[in-house]
Write a protein that binds this ligand. Sequence first.
Ligand SMILES: Nc1nc2c(ncn2[C@@H]2O[C@H](COP(=O)(O)OP(=O)(O)OP(=O)(O)O)[C@@H](O)[C@H]2O)c(=O)[nH]1
Ligand SMILES: [Mg+2]
Length: 310
Amino acid sequence: MRYAVLVTGPAGAGKSTFSGALMTHLATSKRTAHLVNLDPAASPDSFEYAPSIDIKDLISLDDVMSELGYGPNGGLVYCFEYLLRNMDWLEEELGDYDDDYLIIDCPGQIELYTHHPFLPTLVKNLNRLGLRTCAVYLLDSQFMEDKYKFFSGVLSAMSAMVNLEIPWINIMSKMDLVTSSSEDPAGGTQRYLEPDPLLLAAPRGQDDANSINPKFHALNQAIVQLIEDHPLVSFLPLDLTNPDSIESVLSNIDYTMQYGEDEEPKEPRDLDEGDFMDMELSSNELDKLQRTWRSFLKLKEHRASRLIDH
Ligand SMILES: Nc1nc2c(ncn2[C@@H]2O[C@H](COP(=O)(O)OP(=O)(O)OP(=O)(O)O)[C@@H](O)[C@H]2O)c(=O)[nH]1
Ligand SMILES: [Mg+2]
């Protein structure tokens, strides 16, 4: 089985840095991993490791801009369309890697995650090629400085999640930059990692210069409701200065992709395979069912812990 971790998130969230750190961490754990660069605009010195597969070997943004006259964003769209038309290139590049872990460093244009069909199409192709895929979505911890900025980050994560429909982990990156003074004194980091919609419903603190326009009250309420209804958006903190933090993120990724487990899922334990045979589910569908089941368990756990907290 081959595995692929799509490293996604807005511009500057720390995707390339995290991809490099994950490579180092996997190497120290004696696991093989390969870096895949999907950013046609990436400069070679942004990588700590030379990518094993690089979209720039297929097409480079510079060429598209200088030869076809595109701007940077239109050029990126062109590059992705070109990649999707040339999936046999990727297939060939991937051909050399069996039983491996691929870390796919994606570009930071937010449009790519919220409404373009590129990443979903790419994921479909990866699945077709027999790769088990999951996505991590990085959000910069600086988003926690302002709760309105933070909730716009949460909404972008949610819309990317809905767009991509694969196992998904949200990560709060650059936690080394969070000092006690930049935390919300009223709630602390935890209210952000497990987004507490009440942060948004509550009036702004005294330190906020402008109080919110009452016109936005109804909109805020609607957003609060949306986040209440989708409590699966929570963030794992990532502090690259702490190896335990990277390990914890990695084990969450492994778990989400069922890394190292057999094709046939072992859980839920109280159902045998026979039960599923009657339903004529393929192992792929079984896989999906199991993931849904796990999400459900997580949701229940989450609800329970919230009840205890309050
Ligand atoms: N303090 C701190 N800085 C970080 C961390 N991760 C990344 N940075 C810095 O944040 C900036 C952006 O990091 P990148 O890894 O290039 O971010 P990216 O998401 O790949 O950016 P794009 O590919 O341009 O979207 C760089 O200046 C990094 O040095 C971190 O964990 N802690
Ligand atoms: Mg990058």
